[in-house]
Design a protein around this ligand. Structure first.
Ligand SMILES: Cc1cc2nc3c(=O)[nH]c(=O)nc-3n(C[C@H](O)[C@H](O)[C@H](O)COP(=O)(O)OP(=O)(O)OC[C@H]3O[C@@H](n4cnc5c(N)ncnc54)[C@H](O)[C@@H]3O)c2cc1C
Length: 415
């Protein structure tokens, strides 16, 4: 007897998570990925300009990202996620040179807000209570309707943290998505918001171990094999059409569509999906960072928002960066290098560099776009959806995409 097959379309983290979750449940698994490599928006690659492996974007996780950590644990790569033992976020403000370290205490009771040496300079403990209104937000609320988007605490804490989490200007962002992130991290105390980064790159933490795991379980992966069309009849997928072949589905076969929102909407006419996106800009500078530079440094009052120190490079991230998409590369790199020098004290001339602008890095985390996100099940009886843009309750993040893959796998398990 042949086993029924699950065809997983897309080998980003949502597709990989679904494949890993299903790998021991008796299905034959075939993954079709349109690109030449797996990982999608979360990948490492060899950059020819720098002649080194880099990530398409610096990715930050928090220790409260339970699904992402469980996924790595299952693959044996959790040790790749590296961070301080306690939650600590050093910041520098380039407007006045002030430096501080935000240090939420480990337990759930947030006594850190009563300690001036742990909170944002110039703020009082009572300022932090404003968060309570945000935490009770409804699905249609923006952050601006639930929180004052001005003042020292907003500028030095909520603006940078929420922008990094939502990749959308906080005032227009969904308060419910912001609250969901905070509930799983900051509200659980410092133990759930230790920053974690993939020390040897995203590939080594999230992608390569999944490919090895799936190969060992007998799954097959086909790269450079984009799905062109879903042949539909009687409310179900009848066949998968690729440019070089058509695969007819058996009665017990299933499809997990784990492609980006615009591709899914093109493949399934009438599917509700986000249509507005925001970009992220990353830049990488090939040099050994100074020993005094922390692994992650938040920068306020500059174009650069976060500086990451890797052993062989200094990298920066700018979220919600649509305004920078058309800035000439030489002009942009001069601004970024100037910010880095002022934030870190580095005086070296500009080293070899690379700028990566991911135009559709994430869907815009506004209430309007959030309302368009579909659930796991689709109108097609034998197809389920996965991806960070499906209705995970979280913004577009690694945690959300892995959860969506797990949910898609669970939906198949219950038929
Ligand atoms: C620059 C950048 C920085 C980020 N920073 C963070 C961060 O700090 N923390 C965090 O948690 N998240 C971050 N994210 C978000 C995170 O990367 C994404 O949420 C996650 O990778 C999305 O995974 P996915 O599987 O849902 O989608 P994708 O990664 O988009 O995967 C979809 C896959 O489908 C493939 N595909 C497309 N069309 C077809 C087709 N027709 N047939 C077959 N395959 C197809 C694509 O090639 C791709 O591999 C960042 C994203 C970017 C771009």
């Amino acid at each position: 007897m042949t086993r029924p097959t699950v065809y997983i379309i897309g080998a980003g983290l949502s597709g990989l998570a679904a494949a890993v979750a299903l790998s021991e449940r008796g299905w034959s698994i075939v993954v079709h990925e349109g690109a030449r490599q797996a990982g999608g928006r979360c990948r490492s690659y060899h950059d020819a300009t720098l002649d080194m492996m880099i990530d398409n974007g610096n990715h930050l996780l928090l220790s409260g990202n339970a699904a992402a950590r469980a996924y790595c644990r299952r693959l044996g790569s959790e040790a790749q996620l590296v961070g301080p033992k306690e939650a600590s976020f050093p910041f520098v403000d380039l407007a006045d040179g002030a430096t501080w370290t935000l240090r939420p205490n480990m337990g759930r009771i947030p006594w850190w807000i009563f300690r001036a040496d742990r909170r944002v300079p110039g703020t009082k403990a009572s300022d932090y209570l404003g968060l309570a209104r945000l935490m009770r937000a409804g699905k249609s609320d923006t952050i601006a309707s639930r929180m004052a988007c001005a003042g020292p605490l907003y500028r030095a804490l909520w603006q940078p943290l929420l922008l990094a989490a939502l990749n959308t200007d906080p005032p227009e962002s969904s308060a419910a998505l912001a609250a969901a992130i905070i509930k799983e991290t900051l509200a659980k105390g410092g133990a759930a918001c230790r920053p974690l980064i993939a020390a040897d790159g995203l590939g080594a933490a999230f992608v390569d171990p999944a490919l090895r795991y799936l190969a060992a379980k007998g799954a097959s992966l086909r790269f450079d094999h984009p799905l062109r069309r879903l042949k539909q009849e009687n409310g179900a997928v009848q066949a998968l059409e690729f440019s070089d072949e058509t695969i007819a589905l058996g009665p017990d076969d299933r499809v997990i569509l784990a492609v980006p929102a615009p591709t899914a909407a093109a493949l399934i006419p009438g599917l509700s999906a986000p249509t507005a996106f925001r970009s992220i800009v990353n830049a990488h500078f090939k040099m050994a960072p100074p020993k005094t530079l922390p692994p992650i440094l938040g920068v306020i009052g500059a174009t650069v928002e976060w500086i990451f120190a890797f052993p062989d490079r200094v990298s920066i991230t700018i979220s919600g960066a649509d305004r920078l998409l058309d800035v000439p590369r030489d002009t942009l790199v001069a601004t970024l290098w100037d910010d880095i020098q002022r934030a870190t004290g580095i005086t070296d001339p500009l080293p070899p560099w690379q700028i990566i602008r991911e135009k559709r890095a994430t869907f815009a985390a506004t209430p309007e776009e959030d309302a368009k996100r579909p659930g796991t099940r689709s109108a097609l009886t034998n197809l389920v959806l996965a991806g960070d843009w499906t209705d995970t309750g979280l913004p577009a993040t690694i945690e959300g995409s892995i959860r969506s893959g797990n949910k898609a796998a669970a939906a198949l398990a219950v038929g």
